[in-house]
Design a protein around this ligand. Structure first.
Ligand SMILES: [Zn+2]
Length: 217
């Protein structure tokens, strides 16, 4: 299965992708992680990526494609992959078509109100990165991490106004790309989250059912 997963911030995209990896044996290729990995390498491509990232510049499409190509070639799973965080532009989608044919787009949606509620009540541990939620995933001691005792903080961009802007950016970015795959008659598996504190397995089981119907799982 060659899949791409799309979902707004707070849709649970990363969580679902890693559970699908465990259930299906596919590789999850998250662009953010690949960049971090490649910058640690002493390779020409790693150095190139580092140059842009260190200057706070956007890595150009041709470099991103090169990084992805290398990562896909290294993918050890014969079961396929789920791409997360790529493509972000129509140009990247076109370039991806030349490397590999995508079987399915997994599209997650959630009402703005749920995304805002989830992200604006999210607290993160300064020391270990553990994520809490003041509504339904409370730490035992207020403000402190259960795991390591570290201090919890709220990301400065996790406020309702900024979250709304991030949702709009996401929608602008992905609309054209989703349209691109519809025109190419790529299959879609959609999951709409209607419950604020839904158990991840509910979503994952629904996605798996749909993938099985399409004979992709
Ligand atoms: Zn911690």
């Amino acid at each position: 299965m060659k899949a791409i997963i799309f979902g707004p911030p707070g849709s649970g995209k990363g969580t679902y992708a890693s559970r699908l990896r465990a259930k299906l044996g596919v590789d999850v290729i998250a662009m953010g992680d690949i960049f971090r990995e490649i910058m640690k390498e002493d390779s020409p491509l790693g150095k190139k990526v580092k140059q842009y990232v260190e200057k706070g510049l956007l890595v150009p499409d041709d470099v991103v494609i090169e990084v992805l190509k290398q990562r896909l070639a290294k993918s050890s799973s014969k079961k396929g992959f789920i791409l997360d965080g790529f493509p972000r532009t129509l140009e990247q989608a076109n370039a991806l078509d030349k490397i590999v044919a995508i079987d399915v787009v997994i599209k997650l949606t959630a009402p703005d109100s749920i995304i805002i509620e989830r992200l604006s009540t999210r607290w993160i541990c300064k020391s270990c990165g553990e994520v809490y939620n003041v509504r339904y995933l409370k730490p035992k001691v207020e403000g402190l991490c259960d795991r390591c005792g570290g201090q919890l903080y709220q990301r400065p961009d996790d406020t309702a106004k900024v979250i709304k802007e991030r949702i709009q950016v996401y929608e602008r970015q992905t609309q054209q790309i989703l349209q691109h795959y519809k025109e190419k008659k790529v299959q879609f598996v959609e999951f709409k989250c209607e419950i604020l504190d839904m158990a991840p397995d509910v979503a994952v089981e629904s996605i798996l059912r749909d993938l099985k119907t399409l004979k992709l799982a």
